[in-house]
Design a protein around this ligand. Structure first.
Ligand code: ATP
Length: 234
């Protein structure tokens, strides 16, 4: 479904991503893990067209999207939930969700999708008229994911969904990610929480200073001594 080949990204003189190749097959959860500054966010930004690669190609469903505009990429079904969630304060939960449905001009269709999002996140339905800025961190993460689901993604890119959340919310978010996946959405997840990210992943890649240094199934990586030493404190 997604093929990234020899991707490099520079910020001025700094090379944040160095000839990275990986793929995501339809139906999978794939996790990219790595320490701060490993280049994870930059890779997602390149996939969404928010930064231009200096080298390499990105193809999504057999189409070259390397030079496409971000709005075209979203419309093709690749949707990014950024780090920090980027919800809109001063707007209600409902208004935030409606912004995610901009691809659907048909009101009936967007109302039908809204129903499925509320069914998945009942807390958003309960709080639909509340200012989004007053939600807890975990609820804001659900809102950001709900907003992304409003555009019916084929591939969902999640940037550190567990960041800043209490353990109980982290568990809930990860089980929601698995449920979204079971219902047919492919997921590319980037995380510093390697244990959680690998335990739900079909496959994973480990990044260090902009390079892929290891790859395998989620279970293989969880058991590998390199991953245990570097990321799991073992
Ligand atoms: P984190 O988990 O801390 O977000 P990351 O793995 O997502 O880390 P990136 O945010 O992709 O890493 O950053 C990779 C490298 O690129 C870092 O060295 C970072 O300082 C640098 N970088 C990121 N954004 C910019 C920018 N806009 N301008 C210059 N350098 C940047």
């Amino acid at each position: 479904m997604l093929n990234v080949n020899q991707l490099s990204v520079h910020y001025g003189m700094i090379q944040a991503v160095k000839e990275v190749s990986f793929n995501v097959q339809q139906g999978e959860i794939v996790s990219l893990i790595g320490a701060n500054g490993a280049g994870k966010t930059t890779i997602l930004r390149a996939l969404s067209g928010l930064v231009k690669p200096s080298q390499g190609t990105i193809s999504f469903e057999a189409q070259d999207i390397t030079k496409k505009q971000p709005e075209k990429i979203v419309a093709s079904g690749l949707v990014h939930v950024p780090e920090g969630r980027h919800i809109f304060p001063g707007m209600s939960v409902m208004e935030n969700l409606e912004l995610g449905a901009f691809l659907y001009r048909d009101r009936e269709e967007s109302q039908a999708i809204l129903k499925t999002v509320f069914a998945r996140f009942p807390v958003l339905a309960e709080r639909k008229n509340q200012d989004a800025a007053t939600l807890s961190g975990g609820e804001q993460q659900m809102l950001a994911m709900g907003r992304a689901l409003m555009s019916r993604p084929k591939l969902l890119l999640l940037d550190e969904p567990s960041m800043g959340l209490a353990p109980i919310f982290i568990k809930e978010i990860f089980s929601i990610i698995q449920e979204i996946n079971r219902q047919g959405t492919t997921v590319l997840l980037i995380e510093q929480n390697a244990k959680m990210a690998l335990s739900i992943a079909n496959r994973g890649y480990v990044l260090e200073t902009g390079k892929v240094v290891l790859e395998g199934t989620g279970a293989e990586l969880l058991e590998s001594s390199e991953v245990q030493k570097a990321y799991l404190g073992g």
